[in-house]
Design a protein around this ligand. Structure first.
Ligand code: ZN
Length: 89
């Protein structure tokens, strides 16, 4: 509970939602942030569509993982994914 009005749910906008969505779906965000995102998405149709698309992509990736992938290729994919993860300032 905070009465500080400097930052509220409205401070999170669609762009930020899109930015945080990966972490959100991975469950990597603190509860407070997750709640802000959910709060925003509930009242924002474009973001709902975006989340669904994003989820679909993740599901597709999971299905791909279930398919047999040669170890060498898997390793390479993981390396690529790791190098693409750029830490935010
Ligand atoms: Zn939105």
């Amino acid at each position: 509970m905070s009465e500080c009005g400097a930052s509220g749910p409205s401070s999170i906008e669609c762009r930020q939602i899109a930015d945080l969505l990966g972490d959100y779906l991975e469950g990597a965000l603190p509860r407070e942030t997750r709640e802000l995102i959910e709060w925003h998405i509930e009242g924002c149709a474009p973001c709902v569509a975006f989340v669904n698309t994003y989820r679909g992509t993740i599901d597709a990736a999971k299905k791909l993982r279930e398919v047999e992938i040669p170890h060498e290729l898997k390793k390479r994919l993981l390396t690529v994914l790791r190098t693409q993860r750029v830490p935010k300032p």
